[in-house]
Write a protein that binds this ligand. Structure first.
Ligand code: NAP
Ligand code: GCO
Length: 268
């Protein structure tokens, strides 16, 4: 294998992808497995972990699954310890687990706001803090935070999510700043609008058979004129997890089909 291709290999690496029973996490984990990584993942319920294990097995991937709520620091510390004992030190962490609540800000309770911040921002802090010490001892590490268009833009009804994802962009830069000297690279991936269960409500076909207004809006705002697919995120994730990106740090790579560069198509 030519040396530059070898740099994209994840052979011999252990990758933890949080919330990866399905959706973006599952696609990224599957791509990393194809690049040679050993995949470990977690989800919040045993039934979801079991669902994920079946999906990985069907894809020919020998993944290990753990039940763990990423907002619970004690549970995360115990999971990381168990992974290190059963599989090995985590070389690659993808902070993927996330939720969204689409509620107008003045109708959102403080508790609802806190729940989103807890999963989408506090949890990446908790899981990163759990894996960094072993990465330092090992002499390398890769942390990939799954950010969002809302790391850069706001919109109605997603105040908590945007605050969390904006904070996640800065947490990414700060982990880079604080741990770059230990050969740890922390970068973000900012997916555009991707077809997953999380965005399914925005793509529902209307009673009259027309496309959801937000679906039409995103098509007009995306130069690629389509929603992203989870597979679109795999190459960028493998790149940021591999030696090919060892001098890329503190960066958020937007995989958005060009949304952030585009004012939007003029209504016909
Ligand atoms: P998804 O389909 O809702 O999957 C999210 C996963 O995270 C689910 O497996 C979920 O489990 C898990 N999870 C939620 N809370 C958890 C917790 N406390 N502990 C452990 N696991 C937890 O979402 P997705 O669309 O694949 O998105 C994945 C990530 O990409 C999220 O961070 C999201 O914000 C981000 N993102 C998505 C898009 C998009 O357009 N889809 C775009 C940009 C960024 P449950 O099923 O039990 O909730
Ligand atoms: C929304 C969507 C977005 C996407 C994604 C965009 O309601 O606006 O859910 O937030 O999930 O984060 O990058």
């Amino acid at each position: 294998m030519d040396s530059y291709i070898k740099n994209f290999s994840l052979e011999g690496k252990v990758a933890l992808v949080t919330g990866a029973s399905y959706g973006i996490g599952f696609a990224i984990a599957s791509g990393m497995a194809a690049a040679g990584a050993k995949i470990v993942f977690n989800d919040i319920k045993q039934e979801l972990v079991d669902k994920g294990l079946a999906a990985y097995k069907e894809a020919g991937i020998d993944a290990k699954g753990y039940v763990c709520d990423v907002t619970n620091e004690e549970a995360v510390q115990a999971m990381v310890k168990q992974i290190e004992e059963e599989v090995g030190v985590i070389d690659i962490l993808v902070n993927n687990a996330g939720i969204i609540k689409r509620i107008p800000m003045c109708e959102m309770t403080a508790e609802q706001f806190r729940q989103v911040i807890d999963v989408d921002l506090n949890a990446p802090f908790i899981v990163s803090k759990a894996v960094i010490p072993s990465m330092i001892k090992k002499g390398h590490g890769k942390i990939i935070n799954i950010c969002s268009m809302m790391s850069e833009l706001g919109r109605e009804t997603v105040s908590a999510y945007a605050a969390a994802k904006g904070g996640l962009k800065m947490l990414t830069r700060n982990i880079c700043s604080e741990y770059g000297e230990y050969n740890i690279q922390c970068n973000g991936i900012g997916p555009g609008y991707i077809e997953t269960p999380q965005t399914a409500p925005l793509r529902e076909i209307q009673p009259d058979g027309s496309r959801h207004p937000f679906d039409q809006f995103i098509i007009a705002k995306t130069p690629a004129a389509r929603w992203g697919k989870t597979e679109d995120l795999v190459g960028p994730a493998v790149f940021l997890a591999s030696d090919a990106s060892n001098f890329v740090n503190g960066h958020v790579l937007y995989v958005d089909g060009g949304i952030l560069a585009y004012i939007g198509k003029q209504p016909q």
